[in-house]
Design a protein around this ligand. Structure first.
Ligand SMILES: [Zn+2]
Length: 173
C-alpha cells in the first residue's frame, strides 16, 4: 500500500513541534469532517471520519467494494457491530486490519494505535505498579517519534481522552 502518512503531522504532537503549524496545533483533530450521522444499527450519533483513515485501515477486499473512502462515519458504541457506515454501506471488524479496541469483545482492546497501548496493558500496569504510565509514555513518544492518530486510530482522533478514562477507572478500583 502506498504510504500517504507524510502529508500532515498528526494530532496533538503538532502543538509541541519546534516549528508551529499555521493554526494553533491539534490539526488532525480539527480536520475531521463536521456533523454527525445516526448509525443504522444502534441509532447513536456518529462522527465523520476522513477518507484517508479508511484508506489506511481497510482490508484490500473491503476496499474493492467501495466507490470512495469519503463520507463515512465511525460508530463508537461498544455493543454495536458497525464500525464505519455511509448510507447503506456498513463496514465491520472483518473489513478492518486492526482490532477496533472500543468494541465489545475486542482482543486485544487496542487503545493507542500508534504506540501499542491496549486496555489489558494499562490494567496490568496498574495492578503491578499501582498506576499506569501510559499517558506519559504516549506524550513522550508523540514528541519524539510523532503520532499518526488520524490514520492509525479507527476514530481518526487522538487516543489520549480514551486512555485517561481507562487509567482513571483502573486506578480507582
Ligand atoms: Zn452503531
Amino acid at each position: 500500500m502506498e504510504d500517504n502518512a507524510g502529508e500532515t503531522l498528526a494530532c496533538c504532537a503538532v502543538s509541541n513541534f519546534k516549528t508551529k503549524p499555521k493554526s494553533n496545533g491539534h490539526d488532525c483533530c480539527t480536520l475531521q469532517p463536521k456533523g454527525k450521522n445516526e448509525c443504522p444499527k444502534c441509532s447513536q450519533k456518529a462522527k465523520g471520519v476522513l477518507g484517508k483513515t479508511l484508506k489506511y485501515l481497510l482490508r484490500d477486499d473491503a476496499k474493492i467494494e467501495l466507490s470512495s473512502y469519503d463520507g463515512f462515519s465511525y460508530c463508537k458504541t461498544p455493543s454495536c457491530k458497525v464500525i464505519y457506515f455511509k448510507k447503506d454501506v456498513i463496514l465491520t471488524q472483518k473489513d478492518i486490519k486492526v482490532e477496533v479496541g472500543l468494541k465489545d469483545g475486542a482482543n486485544p482492546a487496542n487503545m493507542c494505535y500508534c504506540f501499542g497501548w491496549t486496555k489489558e496493558k494499562i490494567i496490568k500496569d496498574i495492578e503491578v505498579n499501582g498506576k499506569s504510565l501510559a499517558l506519559q509514555d504516549i506524550k513522550r513518544k508523540m514528541n519524539t517519534i510523532g503520532c499518526l492518530c488520524e490514520i492509525k486510530n479507527p476514530s481518526g482522533n487522538c487516543c489520549m481522552g480514551d486512555i485517561s478514562k481507562v487509567v482513571k477507572e483502573g486506578e480507582i478500583k
